[in-house]
Design a protein around this ligand. Structure first.
Ligand code: MD3
Ligand code: FE
Length: 203
């Protein structure tokens, strides 16, 4: 079911449940071609979350900064294409939340093991900040933290579970957000891990 979180954000509980095998298969194909890797922040810190991408561009970070680029720096080849069924699911989640015509070029895949976390940040590397971001969660549950438009201030927490989709657009697109350290656990589908997929339209 669809739960509005704010004026521009919706949480679709269990959106992926009927599609988990397909989505896990699509992710396995991407990871076989462009493996998960721990990126380094511009400040030189290794991120605890491992990442890869599919689509015509991917998000990368290194000492030079954060950016989107068409070539995977690890393989020096283009990122794997976005699987058509994954794209269709992302567009369905966006449309269900009131965002028609969502055309993501990027699918960023985040892999968390227990202890991995994502500090409070804004997603603002996209030149188009009017398109929403669609996120899919698989495997172990995680505490997602969302705040306001400044780093300091009140935050709210929701537990994102296996199969959930969240769509962030409108005024909520630039909220600060992060993920608390993943708790120890074992999930029937992902094992000792959480996978989060975000779909982004950069232009
Ligand atoms: C709220 N990922 O990759 S997804 C990220 O669970 C990221 O891996 C988290 O934040 C994860 O940048 C959260 C949910 C999400 C994604 C983008 C947002 C929430 C958002 C952009 C604006 C506001
Ligand atoms: Fe983010």
């Amino acid at each position: 079911w669809l739960e509005p979180l704010s004026s521009g954000a919706s949480w679709i509980h269990g959106f992926l449940v009927a599609h988990v095998d397909q989505v896990m298969g699509d992710i396995a194909q991407v990871v076989a071609q462009s493996p998960y890797r721990h990126l380094v922040t511009p400040g030189g810190k290794r991120m605890s979350v491992a990442m890869t991408n599919c689509g015509s561009e991917g998000w990368v970070s290194d000492r030079a900064g954060y950016r989107y680029q068409a070539i995977d720096p690890l393989t020096t080849q283009p990122w794997p294409a976005m699987p058509v069924r994954l794209l269709a699911l992302a567009q369905q989640a966006a449309a269900d939340s009131g965002y028609q015509g969502f055309a993501p070029s990027v699918c960023l895949i985040n892999h968390y093991v227990p202890g991995a976390r994502m500090g409070l940040h804004q997603d603002k590397d996209e030149s188009n900040l009017t398109a929403p971001i669609v996120s899919f969660s698989l495997g172990l549950p995680a505490t997602f933290i969302w705040g306001g438009w400044q780093r300091t201030g009140k935050t709210q927490r929701i537990m994102l579970r296996h199969g959930d989709a969240v769509v962030w657009g409108g005024e909520d697109r630039l909220r600060f957000h992060g993920v608390a350290p993943l708790h120890e656990g074992k999930h029937a589908v992902t094992g000792r891990a959480r996978v989060n997929i975000t779909f982004r339209q950069t232009r």
